[in-house]
Write a protein that binds this ligand. Structure first.
Ligand code: SAM
Ligand code: SF4
Length: 447
């Protein structure tokens, strides 16, 4: 989500004539697009803003802007200006489309601070991103979140759910595929609730998927994130019956304990979650899953954590994104009793990561000898004559091949595997890109 918003703002800077600087110390404009989901992300941003103090002293015409989730929080614009008076522009998550205006305004005034609660989403949708993810293009389908999981800051800093009109999404995806992108990733805090804020029942995620699948191109369609409480059989069937939708589902579970799920306000039980996994496997026996998990949520006992370990062993995720619970100001969980000490949180995290490492290694082994469809995404940075690609289920695979295969779909026979990646040989070329592909442009500096 944040990467794509940075791409959109980079698009404005490019239209204004700016090009990518060698580093932020020598840039004319530095935009910090911040995250506030965990405290560590905030600390990192503060450190990075602090590192620009001397550069700004040497070059007072440098413009420093801070935007995104962190600056959207109550009291933060004041806090940022107090700690870092050399920051010039502060705006939030809703008005990123006004970056050009803010830069012009800054020429006339010392500070520009504009944090608003809502803004017309069409302004964000009409932005022309400088895309940076190679063969993949990100496409927003809905903004905001209505769920209020008790640990999460997102609903407070991104507002309520608003869906984009279906015809706008289809038009954008069609344009991207025509331009040579080979993979589209639909973005929303909860893609399954796409259309719930629209009058027509026809506007729903399953129908959006079906319509996008009908576009006359060979491509990969992915999406994230999918809230388990709203995943319908309609969506799963749309995936199973499609030509282009990957048989891969990121289905964040957060915890393996019903007690903790209730305290998190996730609105599903482990039994329901497991029934979704079974339903997906019934329609798509080859599907792989990934998930988000939080350890150390207030009140999480050893027994609750055992529940999480049991769950990952049962589901066998091909990938997990694991987080230590981080207290977020203004959320319900911030005030919950029985906060877990940091040592226990770290121990649980390492146990979880180690368990997942074994599971991922076993899953990878299972692919040895199989032929998989692979999208060729780049040149191997370390092995001369080798290319890198990804499987439908999101695993990186390397194989010998020529750079003219970039952007093509090939068949690769897997020869070796470790827990994070596969190695193989090309056995067939399924669709050659013929030069019509997008190469990674590392135009946005990510810290
Ligand atoms: N909307 C998405 C969903 O529900 O799956 C997730 C958005 S959130 C930016 C990504 C992940 O960050 C969440 O799934 C959760 O695991 C994690 N997260 C959110 N708040 C957190 C917190 N306070 N501490 C630790 N992890 C957190
Ligand atoms: Fe946060 Fe929950 Fe909304 Fe995801 S669904 S953004 S975790 S509140």
């Amino acid at each position: 989500m944040n990467v794509h918003e940075s791409e959109k703002m980079a698009g404005i800077l490019e239209e204004m004539g700016y090009t990518l600087a060698d580093n932020d110390q020598v840039a004319d404009v530095v935009v910090f697009n911040t995250c506030a989901v965990r405290e560590s992300a905030e600390q990192k941003i503060f450190g990075n803003i602090g590192m620009l103090k001397s550069a700004k002293a040497k070059n007072p015409s440098m413009i420093i802007a801070v935007c995104g989730c962190m600056s959207q929080q109550k009291g933060y614009p004041e806090l940022i200006l107090k700690k870092y008076p050399y920051v010039d522009i502060i705006f939030g998550t809703h008005n990123i489309a006004k970056l050009r205006e803010f830069l012009i305004q800054k020429q006339k005034q010392k500070h520009v601070v504009e944090v608003v609660e809502t803004e017309d989403i069409r302004l964000r949708d009409q932005m022309n991103p400088t895309r940076t993810s190679g063969t993949n293009a990100w496409v927003n389908i809905n903004y905001g979140c209505n769920n209020f999981c008790t640990y999460c800051i997102v609903p407070y800093v991104r507002g309520r759910e608003i869906s984009r009109p279906m015809e706008d999404i289809i038009k954008e995806v069609d344009g991207l595929l025509k331009a040579g992108y080979k993979q589209i990733t639909l973005l929303g805090q909860n893609v399954n609730s796409y259309g719930n804020d629209m009058a027509s029942p026809e506007i729903c995620f399953a129908n959006l998927l079906k319509k996008l699948d009908e576009l006359p191109y060979k491509y990969r369609l992915r999406f994230m994130s999918s809230h388990p409480k709203d995943l319908s059989e309609e969506v799963v069937k749309a995936m199973a019956n499609s030509k282009n939708i990957c048989h891969y589902l990121h289905l964040p579970v957060q915890s393996g304990s019903n007690k903790i799920l209730k305290a998190m306000n996730r609105n599903y039980t482990i039994e329901h979650y497991m029934s979704l996994i079974d339903m997906c496997r019934k329609h798509m026996p080859d599907i792989e899953f990934s998930s988000d998990l939080i350890v150390g949520f207030p009140g999480e006992t050893d027994e609750d954590f055992e529940g999480t370990l049991d769950l990952i062993k049962k589901v066998k995720y091909q990938q997990l994104f694991t987080f230590i619970y981080s207290k977020r100001k203004g959320t319900v969980a911030e005030k919950m009793p029985n906060q877990i000490d940091i040592k226990t949180k770290h121990q649980r995290l390492s146990t979880l990561i180690e368990e997942q490492r074994k599971i991922a290694a076993l899953i990878s082994q299972h692919y040895i000898g199989k032929e998989l469809e692979v999208l060729v995404e780049g040149i191997h940075p370390k092995k001369k004559g080798y290319l890198l690609g990804s499987t439908d289920f999101g695993k990186t695979i390397s194989f010998a091949g020529d750079a003219n295969l970039l952007g093509s779909f090939v068949l690769v026979k897997v020869e070796k595997a470790n827990n994070t990646s596969l190695t193989g040989i090309i056995t067939d070329i399924l669709e050659k890109a013929n030069g019509k592909y997008r190469l990674p442009l590392d135009k946005i500096r990510r810290k």
